[in-house]
Every structure is written in structure tokens, then in C-alpha cells.
Design a protein around this ligand. Structure first.
Ligand SMILES: [Mg+2]
Length: 382
């Protein structure tokens, strides 16, 4: 039996090249928590998560002082037990938010370590099929200063020219007429046969406002409307789902199987966008995906395509990976040593053991706060 001898973490603060707007906020920086879990046989797994646009140190504290000491000394194959111990021991500080994200990063690192030790790519270790690619949609269509509807149309047409059969744009920042011009331009640019997804990023606070926008969007045949309301307003998601022919998709900042169960029970999500690096790692993602399969709901996980390609490939109800073609928004790409390849709108599954990439240590040194460790031979031994 091998055992976990060290957990290390750092926070990488990566500025966006251009300040980028969503419906209700502007983002300048992204803080990523990076984690490594090393076992006494020398095998190392990696995990990561997005902590937010500030205060990434909250994630580091959670690993260093709360979760790391629980993990050190454990058998990495007992991943279910380790998850339960981390969850239970952080019950007062955790369950949602940054601590659950840090727990997710550690859980992913343990699964990655185990897949590497088995010599298998993660998707295969998780029971994925041998199909060598998974469907993806091109995610973009953000608001930038001076970006016109025509420029938005050019952007999404560019994704289609690269072979993508589905594209997503942001909505909800402008007034209804301004939004309609953007969606009309996007639909015109991609034609009738390409799926067009809309992401509102929690834009609306009430049903009448959401419906006012949806009546403008519906003629352009959107495939889904994403996160119309705050994640805590599950009832309004369900009310909107009953009032529009467009599928309501949500779940990207939802935590744990119990909240997902409530979302599904109330009919608040026709498609789930659960993020394994938010919800509780690969362990909890698998429980949620199985739960959703029981409701006949498919999973299209939220960003971090480098991990989610493995989970869509190994979930019976995995549908699409959200894929970012450049590092303007998902600037985590700058920390990754090897990028996923795509062809005709599908992502190629990595062949390398584990998650299929290592951190680019030069980039981590440039953006990171320096690795700190818990456990054997560590800078701050537990
Ligand atoms: Mg989204």
C-alpha cells in the first residue's frame, strides 16, 4: 500500500490581457489554486480550481491548514473515504464556496495520481469508452469595449469555420433591444444548423425581466439559456423553465449532491453544468452525474476543458465539453504544459497517463506565490 506523503499548493494570479465583461461584472484577474499530491512511491497527481478574481489565498489556507493535514498519511486508493473525511472535518468552514473548491482540487489530484499509477489516461481509468474524441462547443461571445454585434458575428463564425457545431455567447448586459441585435448577428453569422447557447451569468432578479429578454431571444432558436438567475434562486429557474421553450441550463457554481438534487427535483435545470472543480471534485461529480442520469438530464460541465474532457467521456449522460480556443478568458491555459487538440468540433482524448498534462512550472513561477507543502519533507510539516 502506498500512502500520501505530501500535499503542496500555490496560488497563481493571472491577469487577463483585456478586461472582460459578463452580464453583471468585470474581470481583470483570475486566481487559481494549484495542488499537487505526492505518494511515497514517487507518483504525483495534480489538481486545481478557480478561486475567483481576488483572495486566492483563501484556497491556499484551506489546503495548508484544514484539508492537507487530513489527507497526508492516507492510502490514495481510498479516495471515497478521504473525501468523506475532508468533508466531515471541514463541515463548519466548508460545504460550499472556497473550501469546497479546495477540497475539489485535492480530490482531483488524488484521482489523477491513481490514474497515473495505473498507467491509464484519466478518462479510461474512470471507465470511459474508447471513442477517441468527445463533442465540444466553442465558448466565447464576451463583452469587450468597442465590440459591435458585427464583430461578435465574426467571432462565432470563426469557431464554425474551425469545425465547431455549437457556440456560446454571453447575454444579459445590455437592454433587450441591444441584446437582440447581438443575438441576431450571431445567428446570422453561424446559420440555422449550428447550436447557439446563451449564458446570462445570473443577470436577472425576477421572472418578468427574464421573460422580457427571453421573448427577444426565442425567435433565434437558442439551444439553452444558462444561469438566468442567482444559483440560490432555484424556484425562478423552475418557473422560467415552465414559461419558455428554451432549455434552462445551470449548475456551474453549485456545490454538492444535495443542492443538485433540489435543482433537479424542482425542474430548475434541463441541462446540468456541474463543474468538478467547484462541486466537490471527481468523486462528487460522479455522484451528481449519476443522480442527473436518473432524472434524464445531461451534463455539460462548466469550463476547465482539460479536466472535463475526461468526465464527459466517462459519464453515461455527458453531452458537451465547454471549450475555450484561446487564453483571453480561460487564462488557466497559460499554466498548462500541453493543450488539447480538436477536430471537427470534437476534442481528442489525451493518451498520457492521468489528466494528460503537467503544470508549466515556468509559468507557475511567473504567476504563482511559491509552492508551500504539508507533510513529509515539507516547508511547513504537519
Ligand atoms: Mg456559464
Amino acid at each position: 500500500m502506498s500512502k500520501i506523503e505530501q500535499v503542496s499548493c500555490t496560488v497563481a494570479r493571472v491577469p487577463l490581457d483585456k478586461a472582460t465583461a459578463f452580464s453583471t461584472r468585470m474581470v481583470h484577474d483570475r486566481h487559481y489554486l494549484l495542488v499537487k499530491v505526492r505518494t511515497d512511491d514517487g507518483v504525483e497527481g495534480l489538481g486545481f480550481c478557480y478561486v475567483g478574481s481576488a483572495a486566492g489565498r483563501l484556497g491556499q489556507i484551506a489546503v495548508e491548514e484544514l484539508l492537507g493535514p487530513i489527507v497526508v498519511g492516507k492510502d490514495p486508493l481510498t479516495v471515497e473515504k478521504i473525501w468523506k473525511d475532508m468533508y466531515q472535518e471541514s463541515l463548519l468552514q466548508g460545504r460550499m464556496g472556497t473550501v469546497m473548491r479546495a477540497l475539489s482540487a485535492i480530490d482531483v489530484a488524488i484521482w489523477d495520481r491513481n490514474a497515473r499509477a495505473a498507467g491509464m489516461p484519466l478518462w479510461q481509468y474512470l471507465g470511459g469508452s474508447a471513442d477517441k474524441s468527445v463533442p465540444a462547443y466553442a465558448s466565447g461571445g464576451y463583452y469587450l469595449d468597442g465590440k459591435t454585434p458585427a464583430m461578435l458575428g465574426e467571432e462565432v463564425a470563426g469557431y464554425v469555420a474551425k469545425g465547431f457545431k455549437a457556440v456560446k455567447i454571453k447575454v444579459g448586459r445590455l437592454d433587450p433591444a441591444g441584446e437582440e441585435k447581438r443575438i441576431a448577428a450571431a445567428r446570422e453569422a453561424i446559420g440555422e444548423d449550428i447550436l447557439l447557447m446563451l449564458d446570462a451569468n445570473n443577470a436577472w432578479e425576477d421572472l418578468p425581466t427574464a421573460l422580457e429578454y427571453m421573448r427577444r431571444y426565442e425567435p433565434y432558436d437558442p439551444y439553452w439559456i444558462e444561469e438566468p438567475f442567482s444559483p440560490d434562486d432555484i424556484d425562478n429557474h423552475a418557473r422560467l423553465a415552465a414559461r419558455t421553450p428554451v432549455t434552462v441550463a445551470t449548475g456551474e457554481i453549485e456545490y454538492g449532491r444535495w443542492r443538485h438534487k433540489e435543482l433537479l427535483e424542482k425542474g430548475g435545470a434541463g441541462i446540468l453544468q456541474t463543474d468538478a472543480l467547484v462541486c466537490g471534485g471527481i468523486s462528487e461529480f460522479r455522484r451528481i452525474a449519476a443522480l442527473a442520469a436518473g432524472y434524464g438530464v445531461k451534463i455539460c460541465p462548466h469550463w476547465f476543458h482539460d479536466l472535463h474532457v475526461h468526465l464527459v467521456a466517462s459519464s453515461s449522460n455527458g453531452q458537451f465539453v465547454e471549450f475555450f480556443l484561446d487564453d483571453q478568458v480561460l487564462n488557466f491555459r497559460r499554466l498548462v504544459g500541453r493543450q488539447l487538440e480538436f477536430d471537427k468540433g470534437n476534442l481528442k482524448l489525451p493518451d498520457a497517463p492521468g489528466i494528460g498534462f503537467d503544470f508549466d512550472e515556468q509559468a507557475v513561477a511567473k504567476y504563482g506565490s511559491g509552492w508551500v507543502s504539508v507533510g513529509h519533507n515539507s516547508a511547513r510539516a504537519a
